[in-house]
Design a protein around this ligand. Structure first.
Ligand SMILES: [Zn+2]
Length: 108
């Protein structure tokens, strides 16, 4: 297992995971690393949720990082947008309108 990225949030992580899978790179979300060993005594320890993306093949690390970087660069260039169909203000992380599922025409 090789960590290629730590995401800011789960949405971003999910987007990157689909991106890698789409490019034929097997990967998984590894976020529950601190669960398990400290469960004795009944009290639930605070869980540090880490949004880490891990891949399996060492030979794919470089290409995975490149894909992620490309994705993030494209995302940084984007701004919040307004849906042409329903007028809803949409945050830049989303490429589709969450209200009517309309696409962000300007980002394409
Ligand atoms: Zn809309």
């Amino acid at each position: 297992m090789h960590k290629v990225f730590t995401a800011d949030n789960f949405i971003q992580l999910d987007q990157l995971r689909s991106l890698l899978l789409k490019n034929g790179i097997d990967c998984m979300h590894k976020g529950e690393s601190s669960i398990g060993s400290g469960a004795a005594g009944g009290e639930v320890p605070p869980i540090a949720i880490k949004n880490e993306l891990h891949i399996f093949e060492e030979s794919e690390i470089e290409i995975a990082k490149e894909l992620i970087l490309e994705f993030l660069t494209a995302q940084n260039d984007r701004t919040d947008w307004v849906c042409k169909d329903c007028g809803e203000h949409i945050s830049k992380e989303f490429s589709d309108c969450w209200k009517c599922a309309g696409e962000n025409i300007e980002s394409i």
